[in-house]
Structure formats: structure tokens, C-alpha cells
Design a protein around this ligand. Structure first.
Ligand SMILES: Cc1ncc(COP(=O)(O)O)c(C=O)c1O
Length: 442
């Protein structure tokens, strides 16, 4: 057996050790999520996941767009180990330690826009969204919030009230936060108002401007519009460039704050540090998570000094800004700036052109879209109707797993291409070949 061979499948799947673990999992672990395939991981290194039985998979999911620097990057691990020997936890609410200050300085420096920034640290994307909601209400004195259909902002009650990508996230949990309204996103491949991107004038925003503002949510009562610069769980939709600009304009006109949720699109994934930069978009409140610390739990909210003002004790979190997570984040940002962002842009282009070429062979691919290493291959029942083929997606994910590539889905029917940013051209080609073969067989 060649240790360097990846993918490598040497047992039936799941193998005997994985099966035994899955049997125990079914007894003891909350069954809140049916997984796409039974991958039981023992270790991760770079782009490679090794399961309990020694099978090796190329990771095209990166722990849902988290492991930006690959699994266990030696510099991230060294930073974590060094910090773990000095201080594991202190609580940034009550005490000071340098890691919070150093990371806040770095994030303030890389965040889009010229204004002086301040940073608040939390642990998860949802918690950072809750922070943004509280800050927006506190600082505007307004209550209403607007989010987009197709959005995913997390699963805590405030964040969930904004989330509108799949009914299953919300079913059974009502009532949600009052005064939350939803408007269309520029999900152009399935335009919510039936236009074509080449000729549209961003009419998807009419719902906000003409209907919501006039009939149910007077703009002077809206605290914030929350938007993902590239919509993630909803299906990796890149909005028409004018979309975010128009939102910013409307918000400015009515004194509404814009919250940019870059939890998934941030930290180099789209080939720039933040997806907002592709559109010259500067959210008033920037929400960060996932890739921020290469897999250590951490999230952050960045806003101008003027905006990020709280009553003392008005907000906080026991673990937010944990020193080990902060060190992992500082190492991550260094690695991104040293070349991984550029690699994401370059490999993203390569992957996109190879995936687009697959469209000529496979009628079931309706669309290939995305930016950098945030790409989606949308599977449809037919290209005319663009009807999502969710069953095919499930089969593709399972079959690719059996061939040693771990993809996830996004939206109703897209294969999500979100590998670590360290990916090489050879690894990209292997995954595309596996997808090609899988689609051919199915
Ligand atoms: C854009 C976006 N915002 C927020 C979240 C919630 O993050 P978390 O799962 O860390 O709470 C996610 C998670 O997928 C996300 O993609």
C-alpha cells in the first residue's frame, strides 16, 4: 500500500472499525442530523482525511468551509501547542490578555473599509450574529430586522429567525424573534422574480423597497439588513454586482445598518480575504466565523469604533476570544496572507473552468457558479425548468464518498466545492475526475 496514494479505499465502506463506532453513535449521540455518508474520521492532515479503517479521502468540505489552512497545519498546531502550555482560558469579560488585543488589531486591519474598527469575540457564527443583532438594535434604537430568503445565519433563536434556507431548520420552533422580515436574494440562476441576469435591473430588491418598506416595515423602523455577500447554505449564489451596492444605498438613505455575514465566505475562501471586497461592499457590521481559526472555535464581529459601543456589561461570553483560538487565528491569517488567498483564487479558477467543461458532458449539471473555492455544481432534472434534483445530489455525494472524495451539498441540489485553501491542481483534478465518473455512472 502506497501511503501517499489518495484517495485510497482498502475496505468496504464503512469499514469494520467505522461500523462499530457508528453502532455506538446511534445509541448515545443525539440524532439531530442525518449525515450524507458514514465517514468516521481518525485523523486529518492537509487535504486528507483518514478514517478509522485506514481509508484515505480527499476533503472537499473542510469541515463546512472551516479548515482554511488544511487539517492540522503545522504552524497552526505549533501556535496552539505553544499557547496551550501558557494559558488555556481566562475569560475576556473580566481579564486582559494579549491574544485578544493582537487578534483584534489584525482583524481591524484586514476588515474592509477605512474607518477605525473595534472587534468583539464570540465562539460560533450564530453567536456572532446574535451579537450583531443586539448591537444593531442597541445603536439604532430600532427593532425591525431584514434578512434574505435562502439565508443561513445559524440556529440559535435570534439567528434562526433570520435563517430562511430550508424549512427543516425552522419547523417546530416557532415563535421566532418578532419584527424580522425577509426579502429576496439575488439568486440569479433561480431568479425569485423570473428575470435573466443579463437584462435585469435587480428587480429582486423591489420586494424590499416597494413592498416591505411601503406596506409592512417602514424603513425608519428597521435597525439592520443582514446579508451574506455570497449566499452560502442557500446554494453558493454570487449576487449580481449591483445587488449589494443597492442594499448599501437603501440602507444609507434610511439610516439602516448593513450586517455582512462573512462567516462562510470570509478568510480567503473566495480568493480575497473577504467576499465583500469583490463588490466594493463595506458592511457596517462584519460577522466572521468558520475559517477564522482553522478549526478552533472562534467568531468575531467587527464594526467601526463609533458603532461598537455598549453599556458596560451589556454583552459578553465566557469563552469568546479564547487565547488558544486567538493564536490559531493569528497563525491562520499569516498563512492566508503569505499565499493561501492567492492559491484560493488560482485554484478556484482552475476548478471552475474544469467543472464548466463537465457541463458539456452531463446534462444534469444546470449551473456552475461561485467565487474562488466557494463553488457549486447545481444538479437539475432538466436545464429548461432548472428544477433541483435533490435525489441525484444525494446519490452523487454517496458515490463520490465511495471513490474517496468527501463533498457536501448546499442549497437544494448543488455539490458544494469548498476544499481547504491549500489545495493543489492535482488534487483539484482528482476530485473533478471523480465527480465526472460519478455523474457518468449515475
Ligand atoms: C453564513 C453563515 N452564517 C452563520 C453561520 C452559523 O455558524 P455556526 O454554525 O458557527 O453557528 C453559518 C454556518 O454555516 C453560515 O454559513
Amino acid at each position: 500500500m502506497n501511503e501517499a496514494q489518495v484517495p485510497y479505499i482498502g475496505t468496504e465502506l464503512p469499514g469494520p472499525k467505522a461500523r462499530a463506532m457508528l453502532d455506538r453513535e446511534k445509541v448515545w449521540v443525539s440524532q439531530n442530523y442525518v449525515k450524507d455518508y458514514p465517514l468516521v474520521v481518525d485523523r486529518g492532515q492537509g487535504m486528507v482525511l483518514t478514517d478509522l479503517d485506514g481509508n484515505r479521502f480527499l476533503d472537499f468540505a473542510a469541515g463546512i468551509a472551516v479548515c482554511a489552512t488544511g487539517h492540522c497545519h503545522p504552524r497552526v498546531v505549533a501556535a496552539i501547542q505553544k499557547q496551550a502550555e501558557r494559558l488555556l482560558h481566562l475569560c475576556a469579560i473580566d481579564f486582559y490578555y494579549p491574544q485578544v488585543v493582537e487578534l483584534a488589531e489584525r482583524l481591524a486591519a484586514v476588515a474592509p473599509g477605512e474607518s477605525e474598527k473595534r472587534v468583539y469575540f464570540a465562539n460560533s457564527g450564530a453567536e456572532a450574529i446574535e451579537t450583531a443583532l443586539k448591537l444593531a438594535r442597541l445603536r439604532t434604537g430600532r427593532q425591525k430586522i431584514v434578512a434574505c430568503f435562502g439565508a443561513f445565519h445559524g440556529r440559535t433563536m435570534g439567528a434562526l429567525s433570520l435563517t430562511a434556507s430550508k424549512a427543516t431548520h425552522r419547523r417546530g420552533y416557532a415563535p421566532f424573534l418578532p419584527e424580522v422580515h425577509h426579502t429576496h436574494y439575488a439568486s440569479c440562476y433561480r431568479c425569485p422574480v423570473g428575470r435573466e441576469p443579463e437584462t435585469c435591473s435587480v428587480e429582486c430588491l423591489d420586494l424590499l423597497e416597494k413592498s416591505l418598506f411601503n406596506a409592512v416595515a417602514p424603513p425608519e423602523e428597521i435597525a439592520a439588513i443582514v446579508v451574506e455577500p455570497v449566499q452560502g447554505e442557500g446554494g453558493y449564489f454570487v449576487p449580481k454586482p449591483e445587488f449589494l451596492g443597492r442594499i448599501a444605498e437603501l440602507a444609507k438613505k434610511h439610516g439602516i445598518l448593513v450586517v455582512g455575514d462573512e462567516v462562510q465566505s470570509g478568510f480567503g475562501r473566495t480568493g480575497k480575504m473577504f467576499a465583500s471586497e469583490h463588490f466594493g461592499f463595506e458592511p457596517d457590521i462584519l460577522v466572521l466565523g468558520k475559517g477564522i481559526a482553522s478549526g478552533m472555535p472562534l467568531s468575531a464581529v467587527v464594526a467601526s469604533d463609533e458603532l461598537m459601543q455598549w453599556r458596560s456589561g451589556g454583552h459578553g461570553s465566557t469563552f469568546g476570544g479564547n487565547p488558544v483560538s486567538c493564536e490559531a487565528s493569528l497563525a491562520t491569517i499569516e498563512l492566508l496572507e503569505e499565499g493561501l488567498i492567492d492559491n484560493a483564487a488560482e485554484m478556484g479558477e482552475h476548478l471552475k473552468s474544469r467543472l464548466q467543461a463537465l457541463m458539456e458532458k452531463h446534462e444534469c449539471i444546470g449551473d456552475v457558479r461561485g467565487l474562488g473555492l466557494m463553488l457549486a455544481v447545481d444538479l437539475v432534472k432538466d436545464r429548461e425548468s432548472r428544477e433541483p434534483d435533490h435525489e441525484l445530489l444525494q446519490k452523487v455525494l454517496y458515490s463520490a464518498f465511495e471513490k474517496g472524495v468527501a463533498f457536501l451539498g448546499c442549497g437544494a441540489s448543488s455539490v458544494r466545492i469548498a476544499p481547504p485553501l491549500i489545495i493543489t491542481e492535482n488534487e483539484a483534478d482528482i476530485a473533478v475526475d471523480v465527480l465526472d465518473q460519478t455523474l457518468g455512472e449515475l
